[in-house]
Design a protein around this ligand. Structure first.
Ligand code: ZN
Length: 134
């Protein structure tokens, strides 16, 4: 079986991580998939998706600080829109995840959550979820 769904994420600041674990779990549950793969894809060039700790809210905050240190705004950037640092962070993190579904549930580690990453907000974003399997 296969199913494709999507949901919106409204971001409220220029750089922000939003926990979308519950929304992805809901999409998997609604599909009826028991065993297979869940692909999460963000169709944007200044937003990304990753897996990281969702127990301590300081973790996403610290990850944003770390990524800002790796990719600060630079005067040498040429891209006319002025958001090259956001494009760089998006490429570092990536646009998609492949997750394992077993017994109808996502197999995430005890401390893992799925984080939508905004790097050029605030905006209304989309997240696509494709489930494949049986
Ligand atoms: Zn741009």
């Amino acid at each position: 079986m296969t199913a494709l769904t999507s949901f919106s994420v409204i971001t409220r600041s220029s750089s922000e991580w939003i926990d979308i674990t519950g929304k992805v779990e809901k999409a998997v549950a609604a599909s009826g998939l028991r065993e297979g793969i869940c692909v999460v894809f963000v169709p944007h060039t200044t937003a990304a998706v990753t897996v990281n700790e969702n127990a301590d809210s300081d973790v996403p905050r610290d990850m944003i600080l770390a990524l800002n240190a790796i990719s600060p705004d630079r005067q040498e950037f040429r891209h006319g829109e002025g958001n090259s640092a956001a494009h760089a962070k998006t490429s570092l993190v990536g646009p998609s995840l492949t997750l394992i579904v077993s017994g109808g549930r996502l197999l995430l580690g005890a401390w893992q959550g799925i984080w939508f990453n905004e790097y050029d907000g605030p905006r209304t974003r989309q997240v696509l979820v494709r489930v494949l399997g049986e």
